[in-house]
Design a binder for this molecule. Structure first.
Ligand code: NI
Length: 164
């Protein structure tokens, strides 16, 4: 298990466009394994390679029941509907914003060995696909959020969490 350092807002690596993955080698597999370890350790839903300082088009998503999904060179090929809700990011700790995303998203991506496949998701997973793919374009959700939660709203949210 190897954890990588998660870079945070203000680091220029988060605003750059990532390059396609062209080598599906051991180096990529180590990166993906480390990204999964880092995601699970941080308790997040998704993590993109630039968030660990690597400008390559690779993403890991925790889909819950189906485990970790690795998306290499992913593209959105279909989307529909709309959802508006809370969004956060491991690279923007302690903040949340309100973001509108499609409610359904289908992506096309390669697996760690270079095989193309399609994956689809609704609600949280669709939101996560959009959020993580935006990282590969150097975009943070804070740039598309309708608004960020106020300190009062954050405090209320944390207290609600504690009550559960
Ligand atoms: Ni993020």
């Amino acid at each position: 298990m190897a954890l990588r350092n998660i870079v945070t807002e203000g680091d220029s690596v988060l605003t750059k466009v990532s390059r396609p993955v062209t080598k599906f080698d051991r180096r990529l597999h180590v990166l993906l394994d480390d990204m999964t370890d880092t995601l699970v350790d941080a308790g997040g839903v998704g993590l993109a390679a630039p968030q660990v300082g690597v400008l390559r088009r690779a993403v890991v998503v925790d889909t819950g029941e189906d485990g970790i999904l690795e998306l290499i060179n992913p593209e959105i090929i279909e989307e529909s509907g709309e959802q508006t809700g809370l969004e956060g990011c491991l690279s923007v700790p302690g903040k949340y914003g309100i973001v509108t995303r499609p409610n359904y998203v289908k992506v096309r991506a390669q697996d760690r060995d270079g095989n193309w496949f399609e994956a689809e998701g609704e609600e949280l997973i669709a939101r996560c696909f959009c959020h993580e793919l935006a990282h590969l374009e150097g975009q943070l959700y804070t740039a598309v959020a309708e608004r960020m939660l106020t300190p009062e709203e954050l405090k209320a949210m944390m207290e609600e969490d504690e009550d559960q």
